[in-house]
Every structure is written in C-alpha cells, then in structure tokens.
Ligand binder design. Sequence first.
Ligand code: BGC
Length: 444
Amino acid sequence: MAEATFHFPRGFLWGCATASHQVEGNNTNNNWYFWEQAGHTRHKSGLACDWWGGRWKEDMDRAAETNQNTHRLSIEWSRIQPAPDRWDEDALDRYRGILRGLRERGLQPMVTLHHFSDPLWLYEQCGWEKETVVPLFEKYVRKVVEALKEYTSLWCTINEPNVYALSGYVAGDFPTCKNGHKGLDVATLVLANLLRGHAAAYRAIHEIQKDARVGYALHFRPMLAARPWFPLDALMRNIQYRGINMAFPSAISSGVMKSPLGNVRVPEVRGLQDYLGINYYSVDTVTFDITRARELFGKRYYPAGSDLSPSGFIANIPNGLYDSLHWAVKSYPDLPIYVTENGVEDDRDQLRPRYLARHIEQLWRAINFNWPIKGYYHWSLVDNFEWERGWTQRFGLWGLDLETQARIRRPSVDFYAEICKENGISSEMVRKYCPEVLETLFPG
Ligand code: BGC
C-alpha cells in the first residue's frame, strides 16, 4: 500500500451546510410550522439546534476550531417579513450578527435565501403556485441583500427547487397549499415560478452588489435503468431523470423549461447563474412500475446489497458524485461549481467516515481534470430537523442530544477536521478513520 495524500487546490473552501428551519428553533411563523402542527411530520422542529437562542456561536466555534473555512446557511423569510406589510429589523440585525460572527471566525459565508420554508402569510396565498410570489420574493431578497452585503457576496437564491416542487406536489411530503390540488401539473407551475423567482433575485442582487456571485443549489440524482435492455425501464429512467434533474437547469441554459408535461417558456432566466451548486447524496435505480401513476410509472430504489444508511435513505455510491460533477462541467464549461451539500444520516457514525472518504476521493478525481470546483459543504454540522422525517435521521458531524442541547463529538468531526487542515485526504487518515476502504482509495 502506497502512502499518499490527495491534495486540493490552494484556497479550496471546506465547510458544512445548514438551513434556517432545520437549526434555528422556534420558527413558528412558516409553512413548516403549520405542517408540523397539523401532524404531517414524524416530530416537531421545536428548539432544533437553538441557533436563534444563541447556540450558533458555539457551533460556529466548532466549525472554526475544526479547520473549516466556510459555512453555508439560510435566511428565514418568515423572520425578516413576519407579515406582508412588516419588516423585522431586529431579525435582520440578528443575521448581521451571525454573519459577522462567521467572518470573525474565518468562515466565509454562503447565504441561501430560500431553503424550503415560506412565511405563513405567503403559504396562505398558496405561495409558489402563483406568479404573484415573484415580486414578493424579489422584495425580500433586496431587503436581505442590502442588509447583509457587507458580509458576503456569495449567494444561493433557492435550495433544491426540484425537491421543493416534487416533494410537495408529487410525493405529498412537503407543505402544499391547504386543500389545494396536487399533481405534476402544479409541480410544473411551481417550478416555473421558482425559476422566475431565481431570475428576479439574480438581477436584484447584481443591481445591489456588483461583485456578487449568484447561483442556486440543484439536487442532482444520477440514475440507472434497472434493466438497461428493457425499453420500459430505460424510458422510465429517462423520464425521471429529465423531470427531476433537468427541468431547472434546462431553463437556465435555454430559457425553456423542459418538463415531462411539455415545455414552459421562461426566457427571463436564460444564462442567469454565476456558479452551479450541486447537492449530491446518492444514485437511483429506476424501473417501470404500473402502480406508480403519480410518478409517471417510474419506481426509484437502491439495489439489494447497497451500502445503505441506517434508515435506508441513502446508498453510498461515491462515483455518483463524480458523474454529477461531470454532468455539471459538460453542461456549463468554465462555470465555477460548488458541492453545496453532500452527506449521510448515520447516528452511530459507522458509515459516515467511509462515505466521506470515498466522496472526497471522487471530488479529488474530478478536480484532477481541472474542473473548476471551488468548495465542498458537508451536510451537516450538527444533527438537525429532517423535514417530514423529523428527528429520525441524524446527518450531523456532531450529534445532538435534543433533551439537553449537548453536542456529541462523532469520530467524523476529527476526520473532517484533518481533511480541512491538510486541504486533502491522506492514506494515514483513511487508515485511522475507515481502514475498510484503505485499499480502495490507496491500492497497491
Ligand atoms: C436538503 C436538506 C436536507 C438534506 C438531507 C437536502 O435535500 O437540502 O435540507 O436536510 O437533503 O435530507
């Protein structure tokens, strides 16, 4: 076995990603709070990681002390604009303090403006189903960017628009308009409005801040046909792939959103991105399934024998990260790329170290082709509220004891700290934290 280190380019960004509703706690004025109260989630978010109560400080100390140099967080719209005619200046001040705190700790902020949660008042108007949301979103974005521009120029308009639309309007797991109609047709409408919102935000941010870098985070899932020789599996794979992965980026490339239900023209969004954010977790296998009319007869699953996370939610398929980055660079040559999320739920930290090692190796492989990959954000820093799945899944490098708010240092904390410090991953680290993949990463 050769001793070696896979090094990353100087200035590479290493950090974690979080989202307001998942970490702040006491977010009682948004669509998710309503959804939780109505009993649609496994648990309630409650105090979450208590960031709004001030614990962001200790968690940012943790990030900085473990050699991270960036952090991706999101702003909670319902705090900034608690009612349509009211801005909360104290909340803006609080976020200013948080971003200042990040900078003081040497953490470059990437700020997401929309990460799945909407103000309750917007939700009551059926939010992103109506085009009227676009100027509202733009106003909120202007307010936030004016207030925070001193601390960052790296903005992520919308997190996973594809997941937001499909988890709500197709799977029924996310809040959708009360008593409203669900289906692919509404999901398509929502996606089109998210595109318009992205375009309006992109333009507004650049108007306010000349050197801004504005993008969005795409949940990208490579897909394989279960039986590639079977035309229906291949067809289902293509339909799912186009519907889930391509709708948003196709519109940004061409001004036309190509959806399984037909094309929607959104010319105003064409070309509006300064970087591409990729959220990568796993690869789906797709087969034809006559019982899945709502999902256009495509079933997505992980094959038997996959290296699964404890709840089976994620399969450890590292080359999928490479394939996602390959797709990104082929689609947008020269556009900077960030891995805006990547991680695994694993309360006992048995899978996480090898998941981390092997995904970092794939990232390094991609960087060796000189693809312009600028940073990696692990999901996540501390266990946080996992949407409809509540607290059943633990994505943190640090564990969270919900009763006491104590943080539990998992071995992956130290592993990631060594990676960030070295700006690379070495055979020595892999031997220490996940010897089971040493031969895979460093053969010989
Ligand atoms: C979302 C996060 C979520 C993570 C793990 C991503 O789709 O952006 O909010 O916690 O996946 O499920």
